[in-house]
Write a protein that binds this ligand. Structure first.
Ligand code: SF4
Length: 490
């Protein structure tokens, strides 16, 4: 059940209700549904832009503003969008802007190393269930505390890539100088209680001169964060991000704060906490040197233990409201679980992930090759095709439209059935491609066998429950299954 705070009917009541279609939708109600699902902007209805509807437009924009403000940085055509959430739990509606992931670059690295690391981040891609999972930005760390080195690092990154940039320095003077060379809207990390007054003064001037930025407010104390937010808003600096401190050595405490802030924003409508949250799994790479929790030494080189803690911290934060994160490790084994979890969390639970139904030839099949029928649930499809590729399976893969449901669910729900199989066979003209009438069904589809045989007239053979065993199953059995069928149907 969708539990959006604002219903499509609430939105509809404020629209002109002329059904003129100028917004590209068939009716005002259809446009209201799009607005509710964040698929359209109020301004797309031209009538709402007229003076007569000024009041309604204002009310509607206010109504549609999420309790967690949407904040972005980067380039207009390559943005990192953070926040914008309306609910505590994904199943209540959906989570909208997937957490941008950034990798740090120290300005102590050589020019070549900075360039290569930035290129690596930009080019990194990991494909899963047909989606290309990528990293989103670089966080340039002013580790040298030298403004010239900081500026140089920014210039190198901007020349080598089109990646959005976060500037990381607690030194207000260095931030001020760095802002002069940044070409995009940047995210500034960070204002703390120690540098707040000085940094705010600089940023007010920068804002007046037209500089665009999102500012991270950093404190482990929620009251202090609220105080800083209030002060920033007073001066018109409203693109804010909150960093309640990530402590990988005490992840429970970190998660408590993230949950507390998000709950205050969404359930208690505390506007001072209604901003995106920044997680810093990168803190896993700091060594505590003097025993009093001072994070004073950073491990630059690859470190497996820190990498494992970083991946664990990142995944815990992804589950509990991190709207952006900065990481250090770039190894595939570390990034893969983070990207995979992010993909899962930000997949709209209302829309099953599905591939196009139809006929997919796998491994150059011929008229004697087996016909196997699976579902169009994308996770099933990509797992099956991946397993078949690995085992050099040669077959005709029929992909049934099960509305994106997996095999067992679609058998129970009635989508993996004889009628749908019959239609698919006719549409794909598979009869013209093979010299038999045998379909291999997944083990979990066994209950649908009778119905499919009856409606299609094809012989169904129950295969394995797991697609990773299909290669072996075919090697052992296919020749005999085919010969038996031919002998019987000669
Ligand atoms: S343009 Fe505005 S008035 Fe016309 S159909 Fe769309 S929402 Fe309704």
């Amino acid at each position: 059940m969708i539990m959006a705070k604002v219903s499509a009917m609430d939105i509809y009541k404020l629209l002109p209700k002329t059904n003129c279609k100028k917004c590209g939708e068939s009716s005002c109600m259809a446009f209201a549904t799009k607005l509710q699902n964040k698929k359209a902007m109020v301004e797309q209805c031209p009538i709402m832009n007229t003076p007569k509807f000024e009041k309604n437009k204002k009310k509607l924009i206010e109504m549609l503003s999420p309790p967690v403000k949407e904040v972005w940085f980067g380039y207009p055509d390559k943005k990192c969008v953070m926040g914008g959430d309306e609910v505590m739990y994904r199943y209540e509606l959906s989570f909208f802007n997937q957490t941008p992931l950034g990798i740090d670059i120290s300005d102590n690295l050589s020019d070549e190393e900075i360039k290569n690391r930035a290129k690596y981040v930009e080019d990194f891609v990991f494909e899963r269930t047909g989606e290309k999972l990528k990293l989103d930005f670089v966080a340039i760390r002013n580790a040298s505390n030298d403004p010239e080195k900081f500026k140089k690092a920014i210039e190198i990154v901007q020349e080598a890539t089109k990646l959005p940039i976060a500037l990381c320095s607690l030194n207000p003077d260095n931030i001020e100088k760095a802002l002069d060379v940044v070409k995009s809207k940047t995210m500034i990390y960070a204002a703390t209680k120690d540098n707040f007054a000085e940094l705010l003064k600089i940023l007010i001037q920068k804002k007046e001169s037209g500089k665009k930025f999102a500012l991270v407010l950093s404190s482990d104390d929620i009251k202090t964060l609220k105080g800083m937010t209030k002060e920033c808003v007073k001066y018109g600096i409203e693109d804010l991000v909150l960093d309640p401190h990530t402590t990988p050595e005490n992840i429970a405490e970190t998660l408590d704060k993230f949950v507390m802030i998000r709950r205050s924003a969404i359930e208690r409508e505390d506007k001072l906490l209604g901003y995106p949250l920044l997680g810093l799994p990168i803190n896993s790479y700091f060594y505590v040197l003097n025993g009093n929790n001072t994070l004073s030494k950073f491990i630059e080189e690859s470190d497996k233990a820190a990498g494992i803690i970083e991946a664990r911290t990142a995944n815990a934060l992804l589950n509990r409201y991190a709207d952006a994160m900065i990481l250090h490790g770039t190894e595939v084994w570390e990034l893969m679980p983070i990207l995979t979890l992010r993909q899962a969390i930000f997949t709209d639970p209302r829309k099953p992930q599905a591939v196009e139904p139809g006929l997919y030839p796998i491994g150059n099949p011929d008229e004697n090759s087996p016909v196997i029928m699976t579902t169009n649930f994308s996770l099933t499809f990509y797992t099956v095709t991946g397993d078949f590729e690995k085992d050099n399976v040669k077959c005709w893969l029929l992909v049934l439209d099960t509305e994106g449901k997996a095999v067992d669910v679609s058998v129970a729900g009635g989508q993996y059935c004889g009628e749908n199989a019959k239609n698919l066979i006719e549409e794909t003209k598979i009869e013209e491609k093979v010299n038999h009438r045998i379909i291999i069904l997944p083990g979990l589809a066994a209950p649908a066998r009778g119905d499919i045989e009856e409606k299609t007239g094809w012989t169904c053979v129950i295969g394995t429950r797991d697609s990773s065993q299909v290669g072996e199953f075919l090697k052992k059995n296919w020749e005999k299954i085919l010969n038996d069928w031919k002998a019987k149907n000669a």
